[in-house]
Design a protein around this ligand. Structure first.
Ligand SMILES: Cc1cc2nc3c(=O)[nH]c(=O)nc-3n(C[C@H](O)[C@H](O)[C@H](O)COP(=O)(O)O)c2cc1C
Ligand SMILES: [Mn+2]
Length: 458
């Protein structure tokens, strides 16, 4: 039996019960049209495309935003709650278990594999090379240690059983491929499509090589993630996956990708990338296909942002125990800009926290440090701290030439300049003008009795 509550279907059920799903009944084309609908929805509800031209499989988009994550993980929709929840998954990981009854194996296709025939793969941006699978969890095993690794990588369809896979040289999957090459061993990968928001965020956690990201998902669910063994390869996937592609790297084969969108919303050209040969496709009965609109769109940001802010929090905490919260902003595309709050920091701890954040994530290049009275996921509050507490000549520092990821928008020779903005209160700061705390609390508690704009919340 699949443990309940770990698959995309159970997440969709919760979203549906909470009116967090938009159903698109009209026919949409996989050629750009589906992407255009996702690009123009504004309420951040999950979108179910029921009528996809040429396919009988529905497509799910925009599964994850912060509210959807909170609902499907059973937590409050606050930064504090999500940090605590994801951090618990990393701090108390639970190893996955193999389960016998795997819905994702209900239908098995081995002999006539044809990706485009079985899966409604879409195109996204005009100048890209073609059809991309964007929501796949890539599962691989270290050829030396056999430890599992899970990540998300774009896959470009090259033929009925061929996919190109894009991966940053700094990521673990790339390291595993290099190891396999050295050992002259093939590297197998299972691609899991259609997953619970918690599993998607777990896959994006910046943890050490050898730390199985599925164990983080188990820690978040507080029960082991149920996995199903591969059919043609020795790599497992979540048993509740909607669709699974089993593949292996073709030794030495590379494909010139051309332009591809990045999280900053612009095209980049990364040159050649490795190619996979697909050995099997399996799926649930009546499967659904998940799409994440890549580029500069919110789901792409948020999945990464929620993972990165939690691991950044852990990294800062090791250096500055007074850290309260960490937020990765949407303006910074869920990657580049980070806001940190500290409780009663000592002199110089703001700078220390900024350096810890820079060091943790290649892509974090702006860190703003504020006190714990600031709501760091509120851009106006953060700007207030900068306006009211920062002295620019003293509190801004720039570190040029820091090694970064190739994906940064202004990367130069593999490096970027990082900026720290310390917007902390000085002891001599003007006192904050505040309404008495007990009256504020009383009004909050008795809010409904004031009949302020009937139905509004305080
Ligand atoms: C929707 C989405 C798509 C992504 N696509 C890629 C990609 O194509 N290439 C890549 O290197 N990283 C991509 N990432 C980021 C990695 O999955 C992420 O950094 C992960 O933590 C890397 O894991 P690893 O170091 O264990 O390989 C993507 C992230 C998201 C949320
Ligand atoms: Mn990893």
């Amino acid at each position: 039996m699949i443990a309940t509550g770990q698959d995309m279907r159970s997440a969709l059920k919760i979203l549906s019960e909470n009116q967090r799903i938009t159903t698109v009944k009209g026919e949409v084309d996989t050629n750009f049209e589906l992407a255009a609908v996702l690009a123009q929805t504004r309420d951040r509800k999950a979108v179910v495309f029921e009528n996809v031209k040429g396919y009988s499989i529905p497509v799910i988009g925009d599964l994850v935003d912060r509210e959807n994550f909170a609902l499907t993980c059973g937590i409050e929709n606050t930064l504090a709650a999500s940090l605590k929840f994801i951090n618990n998954g990393i701090e108390n990981p639970i190893p996955s278990i193999l389960v016998n009854d795997a819905p994702c194996r209900e239908v098995v296709i081995i002999d006539d594999v044809d990706i485009m025939k079985h899966i409604p793969v879409t195109t996204f941006f005009e100048k890209e090379a073609g059809y991309y699978i964007s929501a796949g969890l890539i599962v691989a095993k270290d050829p030396e240690t056999k430890k599992r690794n899970v990540s998300m990588n774009r896959l470009l369809v090259l033929g009925p059983d061929k996919l190109m896979i894009g991966m940053s040289p700094s990521h673990h999957l790339h390291i595993l491929l290099e190891k396999a090459k050295k050992l002259n061993k093939p590297l197998e990968v299972s691609i899991s499509l259609g997953n619970h928001p918690a599993t998607l965020v777990a896959a994006n956690a910046y943890v050490d090589l050898g730390f199985d990201e599925f164990d983080i998902a188990g820690g978040m669910f507080n029960k082991p993630l149920g996995l199903s063994p591969g059919i043609t390869i020795d790599v497992e996937v979540p048993s509740g996956s909607e669709i699974v592609i089993e593949a292996e790297f073709i030794p030495g084969e590379l494909y010139e990708e051309g332009l591809v969108s990045e999280f900053h919303g612009m095209y980049v050209n990364y040159g050649k990338s490795p190619v996979l040969r697909v050995k099997a496709i399996t799926h649930r009965k009546n499967p659904m296909y998940q799409v994440i609109l890549p580029g500069r769109y919110h789901e792409h940001f948020i999945i990464g942002a929620m993972a990165i802010e939690t691991t950044t929090f852990r990294h800062i905490r090791a250096a500055v125990p007074r850290v309260k919260e960490v937020y990765i902003t949407e303006g910074g595309m869920g990657r580049s800009h980070c806001v940190v709050s500290l409780s009663n920091p000592r002199v110089g701890e703001g700078q220390k926290a900024a350096f810890a954040a820079f060091a943790h994530s290649n892509l974090t290049k702006q860190v703003t440090v504020v006190d714990d009275d600031i709501r760091i996921d509120d851009a106006v509050d953060v700007e207030w701290a900068i306006a009211a507490r920062m002295k620019a000549h003293r509190d801004i520092f720039i570190v040029p030439g820091v090694r970064t990821d190739r994906a940064d928008a202004v990367v130069e020779n593999g490096t970027v300049s990082k900026i720290g903005i310390i917007a902390l209160r000085e002891e001599t700061a003007l006192p904050k003008a505040e309404i008495p705390k007990e009256i504020m609390e009383k009004v909050k508690k008795e809010w409904s009795t004031y009949k302020v704009g009937e139905g509004s919340e305080c």
